[in-house]
Design a protein around this ligand. Structure first.
Ligand code: NAP
Length: 329
C-alpha cells in the first residue's frame, strides 16, 4: 500500500510503499477512499509544528472509507465509515495512506444520505464548525444578541461556520485577510459583511464598544485578545484555532462586566455520543445551502506536500480533498 509517511522528528512526509502489517494497531481495518487537508495536517506534513507524537507515522487527521475487516462485532466488511480526530494522524496512523487500522471507538458509521466524498468535504473542518455552533447554542447564543464575527473566514472551519450560522438565522460578519479577492465567495456562503482587521477597528481597551453578539475564532493571539472586549452582554466566543498565535492576553472585564463566555472547542476528543449527533445534524437539519458554495479541490496523495506548504503560506481556501481510490478523477 502507498502512504505519505513521516519517518522521524523534524522530517517532512515522504511517499512510501509499506505493508499494512506495519500500521499502528486498531480493531477496524479500513480501505481509505478520501482524506482531507486541515491546518494541523499541513503542520504535520511539512514538519513545521509538533503534531506527530510517534514515529514513523502516516499523518492525516480524518478519512472516510470501507471496512476490510473488524476484530469485534461493531462493523462488518463493506461498511462505509468515517473518522475525524481521536488522535489519528498524531498518535495513530492516519488518512494519508491507502489503508488504516482504527480503534473501534473512533469509527462512525457513515450517516445515511451522506457519501464517502461528502464526509471528507465536511471532514474535521465541517465537524469542528458544527461542534462550535453546537456549543454556542447550548450556551444560549441567539440571533437577537447581535451579529456573529467569524475569523479566518475563508479557511475550512471558517467557511463552514459562516454558512452554518447564516443557515441558523444569524447575521454573520466574515473577517478575512483576503477581502479583495474573496468577498464574493464569503457573501455567497452567507456573510452579510466582509471585513479585514483594519475595518473592524478593534482597540486595546479592557472593555470596548459592544460590536458582536459572539465570535467564532480560528486565529487566537492578538486578534482574540482584542475581540473579547467587543462582545456584547452574555455573548459567547468559541475558541477553535491558533492560526495567528496560541497566546491569549485578556483581562477578566468582558467576563465579569458583560457575562461573556469563552467556550473551548476540541474536536479531537469530542465524546462519541456528541460526535454521532453532530454528524447527524450535518446530514440533515444543519445542511446549510451555503455549503454548496464552499470551494473544493481534489488532489492525489503525492500532491499533499506541496498543497500543505501553500496552506501554511495562506494561499489556499475552502476544502482540499485527497482522493485515495481514483486519484486521476
Ligand atoms: N479546536 C479544534 O478542534 C480544531 C479543529 C480544526 C481546526 N482547528 C484550528 O482552527 C484553525 C483553522 O483550521 P482550518 O483547518 O480551517 O485552517 P485553514 O483552512 O488553513 O484556515 C485558516 C484561516 O485562517 C486565516 N489565517 C491563516 N494564517 C493566519 C495568520 N498567520 N494570521 C491571521 N490569519 C491567518 C486564513 O483565513 P483568511 O485568509 O480568510 O483570513 C486561513 O484561511 C487552525 O488554527 C486549526 O489548527 C482547531
Amino acid at each position: 500500500m502507498k502512504a505519505l509517511r513521516v519517518l522521524s522528528k523534524d522530517q517532512p512526509a515522504q511517499l512510501v510503499e509499506m505493508n499494512s502489517d506495519e500500521l499502528t494497531p486498531g480493531e477496524v481495518h479500513i480501505k481509505i477512499h478520501y482524506s482531507s487537508i486541515n491546518y494541523k495536517d499541513a503542520l504535520a506534513v511539512t514538519a513545521k509544528g509538533k503534531i506527530i507524537r510517534n514515529f514513523p507515522l502516516n499523518p492525516g487527521i480524518d478519512f472516510s472509507g470501507t471496512v476490510l475487516s473488524c476484530a469485534n462485532s461493531d462493523f462488518k466488511p463493506g461498511d462505509s465509515v468515517l473518522v475525524t480526530g481521536c488522535s489519528v494522524g498524531e498518535e495513530w496512523d492516519g488518512g494519508f495512506a491507502e489503508e488504516v487500522k482504527a480503534h473501534a471507538n473512533s469509527v462512525i458509521a457513515l450517516p445515511k444520505g451522506m457519501s464517502l466524498k461528502e464526509a471528507m468535504f465536511f471532514g474535521t473542518a465541517g465537524f469542528t464548525a458544527a461542534l462550535a455552533v453546537h456549543r454556542l447554542l447550548e450556551n444560549h447564543q441567539s440571533p437577537a444578541k447581535g451579529p456573529m464575527l467569524v475569523s479566518g473566514a475563508t479557511g475550512g472551519v471558517g467557511s463552514f461556520s459562516v454558512a452554518l450560522l447564516r443557515h441558523l438565522g444569524f447575521e454573520v460578519i466574515a473577517l478575512t485577510g483576503k477581502k479583495e479577492s474573496q468577498s464574493e465567495y464569503l457573501k455567497n456562503l452567507g456573510a452579510s459583511q466582509v471585513m479585514n482587521l483594519e475595518d473592524l477597528g478593534l482597540d486595546n481597551k479592557p472593555l470596548g464598544r459592544a460590536l458582536f453578539g459572539g465570535v467564532v475564532d480560528n486565529l487566537g493571539g492578538d486578534f482574540l485578545s482584542k475581540a473579547l472586549p467587543h462582545v456584547d452582554l452574555w455573548g459567547n466566543v468559541a475558541a477553535i484555532g491558533l492560526a495567528q498565535s496560541p497566546t491569549l492576553q485578556s483581562t477578566v472585564m468582558p467576563f465579569i462586566l458583560r457575562g461573556v463566555s469563552l467556550l473551548g472547542v476540541s474536536s479531537n476528543n469530542c465524546p462519541l455520543k456528541l460526535r454521532r449527533e453532530i454528524w447527524r445534524l450535518l446530514t440533515h437539519e444543519w445542511k446549510a445551502p451555503g455549503f454548496e458554495h464552499i470551494e473544493t479541490q481534489e488532489i492525489p496523495l503525492d500532491e499533499v506536500p506541496q498543497v500543505a506548504k501553500l496552506m501554511l503560506e495562506r494561499k489556499t481556501h475552502g476544502r482540499i480533498l485527497v482522493n485515495l481510490v481514483n486519484p486521476k478523477s
